[in-house]
Design a protein around this ligand. Sequence first.
Ligand code: G6P
Length: 477
Amino acid sequence: MTSRSQLVIVANRLPVDRVDLPDGSRGWRRSPGGLVSALDPVMRANDGVWIGWPGGTETDLEPFEDDGLSLVPVELTAEEVEEFYEGMSNATLWPIYHDVVAKPEFHREWWDAYVRVNERFTAKAVEVAEEGATVWVHDYQLQLVPQMLREARPDLRIGFYLHIPFPPAELFAQLPWRRQVLEGLLGADLVGFQMSGGAQNFVRLVRQRVGHKTHRDLIYLPDDRTVRAAAFPISIDTGSFEELARQDSVAARAKEIREALGNPTKVFLGVDRLDYTKGIHARLRAFGELIEDGHFDVEDAVFVQVASPSRERVEQYRILRDEIDRLVGHVNGDLGRIGRPAISYLHAAYPREEMAALYRAADIMVVTPFRDGMNLVAKEYVACRYDDAGALVLSEFAGAAAELRQAWQVNPYDINGIKAAMLEAYRADEKETTKRMRAMRKTVLTRDVTAWAGSFLEALADIRPGHGKAVKPVSPE
Ligand code: G6P
């Protein structure tokens, strides 16, 4: 049994994945995500507990420790995976929150499962949170948890952070359960967003749809509570990425990758979860057209696209996979030569070392989402370019665009605009790319994920200073 804690993280995913060990037994491996590296120090300083779903439908899972972190698994049935995770979370909320890039589906039984699963996460948090503890709830899968927790445990200090964009009021209004979601989030003392635009959308919706008084970033509830909605742009573990990129083995691997690609003059790179919000199709089409138009040849340039498998049982993701397969086949069939495909397409996920080598091997990183909360890949690329080399083409609809202003910014719906930016980045001289990369590195180095977590927890502690226990801060290294 896990002991009670004064810091509880509640996220849909646990920070570990199931793996089969060489001796035939099953174990856990730390997942590569940035959230766990951000929260690791503060979790350790406060003997924190992390509540989450380990993926799959395994039953009889007990709380356990992994590398000193206390983890509490939440189980989902096969039906709940379908209705709560694939359905309500990823076929209703995900598309609505991403500008309706795909058509959202509304099903009442999905909503019922969403409520049920949010209750289950809440029950675990109620069990493990000490009197006056801080509970930090994450992301769109768990928007009802703050209110459910508040009702069960008014002693807690509750924070919520949304990792994806919060949509404009006109789009959010489509959601049949819009009021329940807003009220769910209002259970928190602090609701954090990637961008101030998202926080403003939320405050406006609360005023219009729930009828509470608001002033700037504050919402006044009838029970005398005040909720704050503000932006906390997330970042990455910059130092550890740079350190990795500096390793000799990574440099050697980067060289090997370029050789395997036939040592072209320039390597373009895209790295994404295979998701329709990421604009993968548009950028590959732009690349193909640049070759067709005669701006460069397959000897001069190659595009490496890494697309990690994601949400593969959701229909829109299957459709996307087929579309990308078809486009890559078409471009390579028309433009490639023997041993020289125009696009090197990898439908797989790789460890951090391999990603760092790819970032080092790439001259031009292309990130073109139609809508993205932040886009950490863009920041990872910058973190790995300690040589101040490399160019970034970045969608203006990624949260990262607000900070990485020196990237070649594009409208991802404008294929000619993407082509022009890719060509400019391809032709840019060293002086230009260095100037831009240096400025972007300054931003990413100063605002890392530890600073992000620290500023959220500090703001949360400031809301009701006399209430609950304070989370022990972690001093910067
Ligand atoms: C986004 C979401 C996360 C989610 C991740 C991976 O970054 O904000 O909440 O965990 O995608 O998606 P998955 O569905 O595999 O958890």
